[in-house]
Design a protein around this ligand. Sequence first.
Ligand code: NCN
Ligand code: DMD
Length: 359
Amino acid sequence: MNMKTFRITTPDEALRPVLQNKIDNLNKPKGSMGRLEELALQIGLIQHTLSPELRHPCHLLFGADHGIEREGVSISPREITWQQMINFSRGGGGVNLFCRQHGFELFLIDMGVDYDLHSYPGIIDCKVARGTRNFLHEAAMTEEETDQCIETGARMVTECHKRGCNVVSIGEMGIGNTSPSSIWMHLLTGTPLEMCVGAGAGLNNTGIRHKYEILQSAVQRFRDHHPDLQDADVRSTRYATEVLRWFSGFEMTAAIGAMLRAAELGMVILVDGFIMTACMLMASRLYPAIRHYAVFCHEGDEAGHRRMLEALHARGLLQIGLRLGEGTGALCAYPLLQSAVRMLNEMNNFENAHITKYF
Ligand SMILES: O=C(O)c1ccc[n+]([C@@H]2O[C@H](COP(=O)([O-])O)[C@@H](O)[C@H]2O)c1
Ligand SMILES: Cc1cc2nc[nH]c2cc1C
């Protein structure tokens, strides 16, 4: 494996007390703007300024298919992936309306959809293959494919950055992709697999049971193939890299590359639902400092999402019952980031508002 490396630095902590002081001096009881204050602090630290700004927001939506879908782990047929990609390219998806609503430039990227999409305008062709291999039997991706996806995701963020973007939101479309996400959660956090497996696009209880059994067999197969990894530190890069390659999807790996590059460039990263949280979890095992750049935008209704956030010591900003994916939860939370930044830039402090400072 020749995975691209990233230089991700921890934001300068020296600014924290200065920023906190500015926030505390705004004309309000201390802490009364709740999560907006936390967001303002985080964005100020990321941008290393007392007056942050959000510029040219971009949304990257990576699409791909999954070999594991052949095992009946999703209620949705495989073709929904390509049909939705075309729908998005025509502006008709959930993701499209939120991008329009919040002024995001949308990039639709075919990382490995099982359909020929190259003639569809608006879909960027980065296809690695027409879906991953079935990880019930073998590694989903080769080392070369993994590297290619990481590089593509990173390149997309570089493009956004060149356009002046400093806040990037990442979403996915891939029937079957809650399955690798559940396995990553299980293997990286030690949460029992049963608690990591949910309905995905809408399985009933019988379907969830079947999905669980398939995923349990897949984990066993992985362990059989990796006797050397049994004793490895589950927090090690070696462990994470092999778990990534064996179970990942092309779109998920590209999302990880995008997240890593965004952190390297000091951008704010909007994290969406279950799948994107799993990708951030994986990215944080490769580069722990990425955590500072991640804004966890919502706690969705996919079983396990809340628990995965807890494992990351995070809480989502919104709890509005989303489980769509595409990045919709990230986009919905964007106005909160705008408010946090405006609070820091536009609100008077006690002194210039002529209000008695009582603490
Ligand atoms: O982001 C989420 O929290 C989320 C939760 C459940 C399902 N999804 C979407 O549904 C698809 C994956 O579900 P499944 O059941 O096919 O694994 C994929 O296209 C995701 O965008 C997304
Ligand atoms: C209709 C549909 C839309 C989606 N968008 C993201 N994942 C999806 C899965 C389905 C099934």
